[in-house]
Design a protein around this ligand. Sequence first.
Ligand SMILES: Cc1ncc(COP(=O)(O)O)c(C=O)c1O
Length: 464
Amino acid sequence: MKMRQLIKYLNREYEKRTPKSRLMFQRASRVMVRGGSHSLRLWKPYPFFPASAHGAAVTDIDGRRYLDYWQGHYANILGHNPEAIRQEVEPYVAAGSLHTGFESSVQVKLAEKILGTLHQPGLKIRFTTSGTLASTYAVMLAMGYTGRQEVLKIGGGWHGASPYLLKGVKFHPGHGFNQVDSAGLPPEFARHVFITRFNDSDQLEKMFKKHGTKLAAFILEPFIGVGGFLFCSSEYLKLARKLADEYGVVLIFDEIISGFRFCPSGLQTLYGVKPDISLFGKLIGGGQAVAAVAGKTKIMDGCQTAGASGLQVNFEGGTFSAHEEYIRTGLAMIKYILGHENKIYSSIGRLAASLRQGIEQAFEAEGLKVVCTGAGHESVQQSSFFMVNFPKKDISYFTPEDVWDPARSDVFLREEALKLALLINGVHVVHGGGCLSTAHTDNDIKKTIEAYGQAARIFKKFLG
Ligand SMILES: Cc1ncc(COP(=O)(O)O)c(C=O)c1O
C-alpha cells in the first residue's frame, strides 16, 4: 500500500516534468513493440527521449538535463560525445565514410593495440558488431575446439542475448538463477547449460567434478555487471583457471564491461589470471558497434580449420563487422586511453569512491540503510562503478543472489522507485547506479549525492 502510494507520487512528478516524452512514447508504442528496441531503456511509466548528450549529461526533449550514470551502457568512459574522439574521427566522416565492404587496414592497428595490452603471446582476434555475437561465437569456438557441447555459466551472468547463454540470467524466487530466460530456444540448449554460483569455490569444484569432462566452456565475468557490480575474488578466478586446465575446458572471460574500464587492458591483467578466450565490446568501439573475440590461436583457428566434426566454426559474415568508421572510432578511444591512463583510472576511481560513500551517508542521515556495491578490492584499486542496494537483512554483498533475491534486497525499490526518484531530481541511473566517466566533476558528484538525499527523504516520507 505504502509502496503503491510512493510509486503513484513518483509517476505523477515524473509525468509533470516530461510531457513531450510521454507523447513520444505513445507514438512509439503504436509502431514498436513495447515502444522501443531495448527493454532496459523502457522503464515505467515511459522513458524520456534524449535531444542531446554531452559529457556527463543528457538533455531530454522537454529540455530537462540529467546527470547520466548509464553512459552508453557503460561504454562511455570519456562521457557522451567526447571531443578527443570526435576530433580524430570527424575528418574521416566528413571526407565520406561510406561502408566499402572490404577488410580495412585500420582494424589491424586496433587488433595490434588490444592484443598488445593483454601480454599473452600467441593470441588472435576477430571483430564483430555486438557483445551478444562475441559471446555466441566464443561458445561455438569452444565447442568446435573441444568437440563437447556443454557450457558452465554463472547464475546472474549476462552475456547478451546469445541463445547458448539465456539461462540463469534472471532471479526466479523459489528457483534462483536456474531457469531458462527466453522462449524460442530448442529445449536441448537449456539442458546443455549448467549454472554455478559466483565466487563459490566449493560449488565450482563440485560442478567440474560432475560435468567437467563434458564441458566445452566455462564463461564468466571477472567483474559481474548486471549481476551486481561484484568482483571475482582472486582465489575464485585462479581456481577457475586451474579447473579449466585440469578438465580441458575453454575458459572464457567476458570483459565486455570490464575491458579497459579498470586499467588499460582487461581485468585479467590486474588479476594475473589469463583466460583462453576474452570478449571485449562496449568501450573498445569508442561509441560505435565494435566487439571482439580474442583467444589462443589454436582455438581461434577453428574459424578457418575444420574441427572434430569436419566443419569449421562459422564465425563469419557480418555486413558491418569491422566497419572502418566504427574501427577508427574504437582505435581513437584505445589510443586515448593508452595515452592518458595515469589520469583516467585514478580520477574516475576517486570520484566513484566519494560517490559511494556520499550515497550511503545520505541515506543513513534519513535512517535508511543502503549498501553500494562496485568498490574495488585487493587486485583492483580503482573502480568507477556503484550500485545502490537496499538490504533486507544484515547481509554482505558477494553474489548476484544477494543483489537480486527479493528476500535479501529490496529489488523493486532499487529498480523502479529509486530510478524515478532520481529522475525527478535530475539524475539518470540504471540498477540503482552506474558508472563514472572522466566528464563527471566533483560538482556533479555533489549534486548527485544531493539527489540521492532527496530520494531518501521521499522514501522516508512514504515508507516510514
Ligand atoms: C558482460 C556483458 N556481456 C555481453 C553483453 C552483450 O553485449 P551487447 O549488448 O553489445 O550485445 C553485455 C551487454 O550489456 C554485457 O554487459
